[in-house]
Design a protein around this ligand. Structure first.
Ligand SMILES: Nc1ncnc2c1ncn2[C@@H]1O[C@H](COP(=O)(O)OP(=O)(O)OP(=O)(O)O)[C@@H](O)[C@H]1O
Ligand SMILES: [Mg+2]
Length: 362
């Protein structure tokens, strides 16, 4: 959908290129993330795609057509742009900001009003905020408006420049999740810029790692890059914990779950001990009719069995959607040294450190 060939930009008055013979292909419906250190040419690359910056050489095709062959206003109608630092118009209300592109396209008032309401809903923005000014919103809310404004005319392509740059890690993670769920429904072709490698790994179907001077060091699915960094620059950029980062891309649904040491409430002392022995644990989980709600130490099981013992809840209850990284975290932070996977109240099984390391080596 987006195809960059030998794309180069040398700004007037400079000698070193800001972007140097960049080749990049973004598949339709995918998110490509451009990541790299400050000044490596990420914003310049995005701006060449919507012709805010003219390339020195090279070609850009969108949906098979060279962007030079399309009038600029028509090109930009098909491309939503989330500007670095959001760039909302400060003297216009949120509603007016969101309606910018539909206004330029001369939509009638009723259609615009309807679209703004839809957009607010889409990005989970409280409708009460629509008549406020940007300065009256939090950073996270402004980010949402920036995304909504870019989506207003439903363009097939989105360019997002550090869309979640200026918010705290919790809001940031939340906005990232929202973008992913939005993308599941909208299937846009997205080129997103960040300098945060974790954000790139989380959001990107493919990740482009750029170095100073707009050199593409590696481009591919994040799992591949984490497994096989192309060179020392990429390895260094990924960080020393790249093995752990890779775990965040593997869903635990890929693993065979072990049953784990589970007994019924009616189990005798001998049954409890035998079950723990079988699994090599010093604890057992107890099933209470509906499901498993906790575990007890074998040492705390009295002679008459588990019937009356109060069980400890599992600290972390993973689901099938959890990742290996979450499983590993649950394992190292739990008393039981396993991660318990649940479907509602029902215990589906357990993951041990062994199972995680087997999966890593696969
Ligand atoms: N209009 C311009 N004239 C001259 N040089 C420019 C211009 N715009 C950008 N540059 C230079 O081009 C290089 C790439 O800039 P760009 O804004 O693309 O970086 P970036 O990767 O987006 O960085 P950041 O992560 O800090 O936003 C920088 O060295 C910058 O100084
Ligand atoms: Mg930039």
């Amino acid at each position: 959908m987006i195809d960059l060939r030998d794309l180069t930009k040398v700004f007037p008055g400079t000698t070193a290129p800001a972007v140097d013979r960049l080749n990049l292909h973004v598949e339709r419906g995918e998110i490509a993330v451009l990541v790299g250190p400050s000044g490596c040419g990420k914003t310049t690359t995005l701006k060449m795609i919507n012709r805010l910056v003219e390339p020195t050489s090279g070609t850009i095709r969108i949906d098979g057509r060279s962007i030079d062959a399309v009038p600029v206003h028509e090109l930009r109608r098909g491309i939503g742009y989330v500007i670095q630092q959001i760039g909302l118009f400060p003297h216009r209300t949120i509603r007016q900001n969101m309606a910018t592109v539909p206004g330029l396209l001369d939509w009638d008032k009723k259609r615009i009003a309807q679209r703004v309401d839809e957009l607010a809903d889409l990005v989970a923005l409280d409708p009460d905020m629509l008549d406020r000014y940007p300065s009256e919103l939090s950073g996270g809310q402004r980010q949402r408006v920036g995304v909504a404004r870019a989506l207003a005319a439903d363009p097939p392509v989105l360019l997002m420049d550090e869309p979640f740059g200026a918010v705290d890690p919790i809001v940031r993670a939340h906005l990232q999740d929202e973008l992913l769920s939005l993308q599941k429904r909208l299937r846009k072709t997205i080129a997103l810029v960040t300098h945060d490698i974790d954000e790139a790994i989380k959001l990107g179907d493919r990740v482009a790692i750029l170095s100073e001077g707009g050199h593409l060091e590696q481009y591919g699915p994040p799992a591949d890059i984490l497994r096989d960094p192309a060179n020392a620059f990429v390895a260094d950029f990924l960080g020393t914990d790249r093995g752990i980062k890779r775990l965040s891309l593997i869903p635990i649904s890929d693993l065979d779950l072990e049953t784990g040491p589970v007994v019924d409430r009616s189990a005798t002392h001998a049954e409890a001990v035998a079950t723990a022995l079988e699994y090599g644990t010093d604890w057992i989980a107890v099933r209470d009719g509906v499901g498993v709600d906790g575990w007890i130490r074998i040492a705390d099981v009295p002679g008459e069995g588990v019937a009356t013992v109060q069980s400890e809840p599992f600290q972390t209850r993973l689901t099938k959607d959890s990742t290996l990284k979450e499983a590993l975290d649950a394992i190292v932070s739990s008393h039981t040294s396993v991660a318990a996977v649940f479907d509602g109240p029902e215990l589906l099984g357990m993951i041990t450190a062994d199972a995680v390391s087997r999966e890593i080596l696969r």
